[in-house]
Write a protein of this length. Structure first.
Length: 330
């Protein structure tokens, strides 16, 4: 009976032991089963942003400055040339033969009388404005009169090649147009002399030339070809001062500006070539760009100022040239 009790007790102990081992195995199996996440209490530390450190690049990214553009001149900085042509009107000399003239008494011809009748002829033929008497042109006429008596010739050009334009230059008469009428003979009076000129187409055209504004006259009596006779000279002129003036100081400024423009343009070309040969990442690139850009506005301002001066100067030259051209059509 005791043996049965012991046997029963051992059976119970073995059963409990097997149950405990099975439970322990089951619990261990649950802790390692995939897909089952166990929450674990942890202490969170603040997250600190970390700066990443990389190797320094050997090339600096350039901050490229915009390059200014210089003004293109395209040959526009040129001035108009003033015309230098001048006009001389000199019809063939008027000679009255001794047989066809009236022998005049001394002092029959006077410069004042010839001047008066000349302006009367202009007033009566087209109401032309009266000529102003000019003492410089009178000096030219007197030189011509004296030279013809001295060299014994009766032509507009002397034996040594001196003509009306040369005489005007000699006496300092700056002109657009000069003209000359000559007469030889013993005219009865001033009216007869002017009438004789008016009867000759070439001399008449000279007296009635609307371009003329001034006149100088010389008359005198002397020996010519062995005979005492009168010579008369009319020196007509349109002074250069009657045309619009051209400011020569403006031309000087323009020339100086153009020299400076050429210098600056050369400097810009040199710096432009340097820019084209310098890589943009080169530290000196932007330095050259800055130097180039600093020059451009100076260059452009000078070009624009010179354009304005040239426009003013060319307008003066064109007005002057138009004045010269109008004289050549009459």
């Amino acid at each position: 009976m005791f043996a049965n009790f012991i046997k029963t007790f051992l059976s119970i102990v073995i059963f409990l032991a097997i149950g405990f081992l099975s439970y322990s195995y089951f619990e261990n199996s649950r802790s390692t089963t995939p897909g089952i996440v166990q929450k674990t209490a942890t202490t969170s530390a603040p997250i600190v942003a970390q700066k990443s450190v990389s190797a320094k690049s050997t090339q600096t990214t350039p901050v490229v400055t915009k390059i200014n553009t210089p003004t293109k001149t395209n040959g526009a900085l040129a001035v108009t040339t003033a015309k230098t042509e001048t006009i001389v009107v000199a019809p063939g000399p008027l000679r009255i033969t001794q047989e066809g003239s009236v022998v005049a008494s001394p002092q029959t011809l006077t410069k004042e009388g010839v001047f008066s009748y000349t302006n009367s002829a202009r007033a009566q033929n087209g109401a032309l404005p009266a000529l102003l008497y000019n003492t410089t042109l009178e000096h030219s006429a007197q030189l011509k009169l004296a030279d013809m008596f001295a060299r014994q010739y009766f032509e507009h050009v002397s034996p040594i090649g001196v003509g009306p334009s040369d005489l005007a230059k000699t006496v300092g008469y700056a002109y657009v147009v000069v003209g000359e009428n000559l007469a030889l003979g013993n005219f009865e009076n001033n009216a007869k002399l002017v009438d004789a000129w008016m009867a000759s187409p070439g001399h008449r055209a000279n007296i009635l030339n609307a371009q003329y504004q001034e006149i100088g006259i010389a008359v005198g009596k002397g020996m010519y070809e062995g005979r005492e006779t009168w010579l008369a000279v009319q020196s007509f002129g349109k002074p250069l001062s009657s045309c619009p003036t051209i400011n020569t100081a403006t031309k000087t400024t323009i020339d100086n500006n153009n020299s400076q423009i050429a210098f600056l343009k050369n400097e810009l070309d040199i710096k432009k070539a340097l820019l084209e040969s310098t890589p943009p990442y080169n530290p000196s690139y932007n330095v050259v760009v800055g130097e180039y850009n600093a020059l451009v506005p100076i260059y452009n301002a000078l070009v624009e100022a010179t354009r304005i001066l040239i426009a003013q100067y060319n307008a003066e030259v064109q007005a002057f040239n138009a004045c010269i051209a109008s004289a050549s059509t009459h």
